[in-house]
Design a protein around this ligand. Sequence first.
Ligand code: ADP
Ligand code: MG
Length: 179
Amino acid sequence: MTVAWLGIGANLGDARQTLKDAVVCLAQQHTLTVVAKSSLYRTAPIDAGGDDYYNCVVKVETSLDGHALLALCQRVEHHFGRERPFRNAPRTLDIDILLYGNVSIDETDLVVPHPRMTGRAFALVPLVEIDPELVIPGLGPASAFLAAVADQRIEKVKPLCQCMGAAPAPDTPPAGNCR
Ligand code: ADP
Ligand code: MG
């Protein structure tokens, strides 16, 4: 099993609902287990026009190799109506492999760590939320890159799922909106 980190984003259609449905879809795959999910964030488009994005990051454990994981991500994107009319076009769903184990991959169709993740608050902030100590292979602590993206607008719209972390204290009310 390999631990991988997936960055998920959307800014077309009911983007917020699509993100939730995509995480459910990923969790239903027998080849991977979703072990953590970040809060849901609303972010400004970077290098693109269009509406604000919704973003989150999930940490998964998978039996798939990097290319098979990419193919799965693209199948899920396709299922949710992803089209690519032009580079950085608005999208119903984008799933990028941010990290795949401790390995670096540099091939035409797959580059890991994702080459633009250290310059994107929408990838770094949710990653560091799940694991403040996370190290990007070959580059160092993810948290070290946060200061450089502090000018990028990112706003938490739904907190971390309370079901995923440590057991809540006995008097904590149920999260209610967790799915
Ligand atoms: P974007 O770069 O905006 O996410 P796409 O989702 O259309 O654009 O991806 C374009 C291409 O990026 C894909 O066809 C895929 O082969 C390639 N790619 C390279 N590295 C990665 C990665 N780490 N995660 C996802 N796609 C990647
Ligand atoms: Mg992509």
